[in-house]
Structures are given as C-alpha cells and as structure tokens.
Write a protein that binds this ligand. Structure first.
Ligand code: AMP
Length: 565
C-alpha cells in the first residue's frame, strides 16, 4: 500500500528535478513501485488529474469550495484564506500555511498520527470520488466535509498536494509526454506502442496497468472502444494549394467547415458526443444526438465531424455561438432552438464492431456515405478527389463564399492517425496579417516554468485617449530560451505584482499572428484574437508602431467581407 505521504514526497522530488529525463526517471520509479490497484490512480494523480480527461466523472471542486474547506479545517475565515492566496499566489502553499497556523497554535490530527493512520493514495482517491458523486441539495456541504476530512488527516507536507489535486492543478511539471516515457521505461514497452495505445484509449492509467500486467503484447492489443474517445486526427497548415498538391498528389478535398469538432460514438440507440478536447458534451447537444440516432444507420459507429452553428440563411455563425452550445449545461433545449447546429461528418473510425482506422480514407469515406442519411441537421458533404489546381481553387473559393474557413486537402490513401498532425491532412485558410501589439502584463508560469514570465497580455493603441486597450493574451510560440530572455527583459518593467499576475510598463512590442479577430466583451478594446501566437519580438519598433484600435476594426471588417459574413 502506498501512503499519500509517499506520493507527496515523490511529487516534491519530481518538482525539484530540473531536467525532463531525470523527471521521467523519477516518475518511472514511482509507477513501478505502486501496487496494480494504485497504478491507474497514481498515473493520473501525477499529471494532476483525478479521472481520465474524457471521463464524465468530474471532481467539481472550484476555488469557493476549496477556500471554504481550508477555512473550516484551519479554523480561519474564508477572507484569511483569500489573503493567503494573494500572499503566496499558490493554492498548495496557501493550504500549507493555513494548516501550519493550526498546528503551531494547537495540537492537531497530524501530530497524533502514527503510520497506520496515514492516508493512503487510494483513500484520497475514494474521497475525491465521493466528492465527484455528490450532487443536488447538500452537495456543497458534502464536498467540503470530504475535503476537510482529507486536510485534517494529513501532515503539512501532504495538504499542499491534496489542495492542488482537488482543483486538478498539481503543477509539478509532469504532463502526458513524461508519463508516456515513464510507462515505457517502467514496464519495458517501446515508446511508440505506448503512444499508439494512448491515442486509441486516451487513458494513460489504463495503458500503465495494461503494460504492467501484460507487457508489450497486452499494450498492442488495446484498441478502440465505444464511448471512450479517440484522440482527434489533426491537420497541418499548407502555405498554398500548389504546395499541398505537390505534397499529396491526387487529393481528397473537402470544405473546411467553420465550426467545432465533434466525435460521435453510437452504440445502438445510445449516442455519446465528445469535443475536440475530448470532453463529454452529449448533454449539451440533444439535437445532434437525435439526428445521429435517426440518420446514422449502423449498430455501432465512431464518427468524426464538425458541428456548425447556422443562421437563418444557413450560413455559419460566429465561433462564440457554437461555444455557447457546447458549454451549455442549463436551458439546453432553448439554446438549441436559438442556435441551431448542422453536423458535417467527414470520417468514420469504427463500424459495426470493426475498427476502420487502418483503411485508406477513400474506403472509409465510402462506408461513411453508406451509413449516413443526409438531411438538414446532419450530412456527409461532398469530397472531391482531384489533382487539378483550378478545381481545388474553385472549391476553396466556394467554401469561403459560403462563410466557411477554407479547404482540407487530404491524402486519399491515408489511415486515420489518432492524435497525429501530419501531411495526410493539410489545411488551407486565407493568410492573415500579423499585428504589432504592446505587452502590458504577464503571468508567472508554473512547474518547470515558475521562474519564467509567460502568458503575455497585449494591447492596441487608442489614438483618441492615448491609452492602450487590451486585446487578449499570447501564451504560445515561445521556446524556453526565449522565455528566459523575455523574463529578464520584462523584470525591469514590472509595475505591480498581484499573486502570479504582473502589470508591465508598455514598452516591448510583440508581432503576433492569429487565426481570426473576434468581437469580444472580455477586453476593453472590444476585440479579441483567436489563437494568437508570437511571431517576433519587435525590438526594432517603438510605441508609435503599436496598431491602433481603428486598424483592428478595419481588419475585422475585411475579414468579415472575405468570409462573406
Ligand atoms: P484548425 O482548427 O485550424 O487546426 O483546423 C483543423 C480543424 O478543422 C479540425 O480540428 C476540425 O475541427 C476542422 N474541420 C473543418 N472541416 C473539416 C474537414 N472537412 N476535415 C477535417 N477537419 C475539419
């Protein structure tokens, strides 16, 4: 049996380990040492998960519940806990400080404990499970009680990790990559097989236990299962249509629909839907569930598609509208009436108990067309197989005219490669210009990146008032080396710090690329960038070069024009 104290100690060591190879070694050692029953739990815990990401089980502990439980456990007021959060900027440190106060003032639980009273990893998991099951009236109180029990049964070294796990932010720098390598090392299974089984099952806990029990052969036999999502196959950007044709030759060309990805699992009359992030979104999309039930003629199937929110003319609506549908938990039916969806299905991975992912795309497509009846809510749209650049250009222009994003250019012979971004799927969208924006804030990172500033807040310029207006944040496009340099650069420009947030004197300009400019009420400028990424730090530019709000507006209007919206 592994105690939670041992797990916390392992986390502490891992957190303090600088290189990812050494970290992997530590995680491998931890996975190898726990019992088979504990292994799936520890595999998820070490990544800061309680349940596999795709599972419909959710712990449901937010800051409110956690602060309350900490306050009760420590005999403090919630405002004291909030004060500690501000002071430490970290929920783990807050928990330790809060409970340390108790143990220095009075004799507590942990000082009486001998080893046999120690919390085990499985006990912590059972409590988390109980918390996730609590619902309805009294659920809040029950969650707080369970957390209180955990806090009051553990030593100061453990409470920090319990608090961080409860909100699924362990922040010790261990992600899927390290855990995959650690499983491979601990149980001697080649890493590409660990990778493949993970892409098919999406559950590293399952992969780990399978590897431990049955080694390589057992891992190889892991396959698709209905109601457990597969990683989505991803697309690479192609600079232009000619390059795409040169890469692929005769291509299977489809519209790139402007919506959100959905993976559909059908088992008899039971339909389950997963989002791009593999969250179970079935309850939010009852209209799609109905359409699949009625129009997909298969006993069992796993399908891939794009749900598009449409306006009264059948044209795609803004991306935010579709997110409203995907995130909806209440008033689902009325939102469905307000924002109708159409599901474009473009792939099939499983049909009537048979895995199809290794079949060539064209064959999968035939099977797909055979089992879906097209109507106003669901359809398998045309796929054009061609090597004619003019024809592809026409399809591309038609897609843009219809308000969609561009085209997908696919290799007709390719398998469905879960989780892979490769040359078998290429995407072509209109090129967007970049924007020069000034950095006005940043956030200290976590785990391996605690000493780095990242997630930079950006702003454009308002010539009327002379102020800088926020347009969002950029957190991607940085190498570790660049983050270190930028941290040094910005450390002299910090105006105030509050928790992990810092305000920065406007001076440095980032050239930022993005997918789209959106209207947004979240930022003062009234606009937000979709998928911003750093292209260059423009030390050659000065504050006069920062884009004006008028320019953003102009680009937004141009984009609408081009997309025919
Ligand atoms: P991007 O989001 O720009 O990385 O482009 C890839 C996304 O395009 C996929 O994840 C899908 O959500 C979406 N998409 C739209 N139409 C298609 C299509 N015909 N085939 C594959 N993906 C599509």
């Amino acid at each position: 049996m592994t105690s939670f104290r041992e797990f916390a100690e392992a986390c502490k060591t891992i957190e303090a380990t600088p290189g990812s190879l050494d970290m992997t070694e530590q995680v491998a050692e931890l996975l190898a040492r726990v019992t088979p029953e504990e292994l799936p739990v520890v595999t998820h815990f070490v990544m800061g998960e309680i349940f596999p990401a795709w599972s419909s089980e959710e712990i449901g502990v937010g800051a409110g519940i956690l602060y309350n439980a900490l306050a009760k456990s420590a005999g403090l007021a919630v405002s004291d806990i909030k004060g500690l959060v501000r002071e430490t900027g970290d929920i783990g440190k807050t928990a330790v400080k809060a409970l340390e106060k108790v143990s220095s003032g009075q004799v507590t639980f942990s000082s009486f404990m001998d080893e046999s009273d120690e919390l085990s990893v499985l006990e912590v998991f059972e409590r988390f499970k109980a918390i996730s099951k609590a619902n309805g009236k009294g659920s809040q109180a029950s969650r707080i009680k369970n957390l209180q029990y955990l806090f009051n049964s553990s030593s100061p070294e453990e409470v920090g990790y319990i608090a961080r796990l409860a909100v699924e932010e362990l922040r010790i720098g261990v992600g899927e990559g390290i855990v995959k390598d650690a499983i491979s090392r601990a149980f001697d299974v080649p890493s590409q097989e660990v990778e493949r089984s993970f892409m098919l099952t999406n559950d590293l806990g399952l992969v780990a236990i399978t590897a431990k029990k049955g080694g390589r052969d057992a891992v190889l036999s892991l396959g698709l299962e209905l109601n457990r999502p597969i990683r989505m196959m991803l697309a690479q950007v192609t600079p232009d249509l000619d390059t795409a044709l040169a890469d692929i030759g005769t291509a299977a060309v489809e519209w790139k629909f402007d919506g959100a990805r959905v993976q559909i699992h059908k088992e008899g009359d039971n339909v389950t839907l997963f989002s791009r992030r593999l969250e179970n979104i079935t309850d939010s999309l009852p209209d799609i569930v109905e359409a699949v039930k009625e129009n997909v003629k298969a006993d069992s199937a796993i399908l891939d598609g794009e749900a598009v929110a449409i306006d009264e003319n059948g044209r795609p609506r803004a991306f935010q509208d579709i997110l409203k549908r995907f995130r909806r938990k209440y008033d689902v039916q009325s939102t469905a009436r307000e924002i109708p969806l159409i599901l474009n299905i473009f792939d099939i991975m499983y049909l009537n108990n048979e895995e199809l992912i290794d079949l060539p795309l064209t064959q999968r497509r035939e099977k797909l067309a055979d089992c879906v009846i097209n109507d106003a809510r669901i359809k398998v749209d045309t796929q054009y197989v061609t090597d004619d650049p003019d024809e592809i250009l026409k399809i591309y222009n038609d897609a843009l005219k219809a308000g969609h994003e561009g085209v997908m250019i696919k290799n007709p012979d390719s398998p469905y490669s879960p989780g892979k971004r490769g040359k078998n799927w290429l995407k072509k969208k209109p090129v967007m210009e970049t924007l020069d924006l000034v950095v006005i804030g940043a956030e200290w990172g976590y785990g391996r990146r605690t000493s780095f500033l990242g997630s930079y807040a950006l702003a454009c310029h308002d010539p009327e008032t002379g102020r800088f207006l926020p347009v969002g944040r950029v957190a991607t496009g940085f190498s570790d080396e660049q983050l270190a340099e930028l941290t040094e650069l910005f450390s002299d420009l910090i105006v105030i710090e509050s928790g992990t947030e810092v305000e920065i004197r406007p001076e440095i300009i980032f050239e930022v690329a993005f997918e789209e400019i959106q209207k947004s009420v979240n930022y003062e400028s009234g606009y937000a960038l979709r998928f911003p990424r750093l292209v260059n730090v423009r030390s050659d530019k000065s504050l006069e070069d920062v884009e004006s709000i008028d320019r953003l507006e102009e680009m937004y209007l141009m984009q609408r024009e081009r997309n025919g919206k």
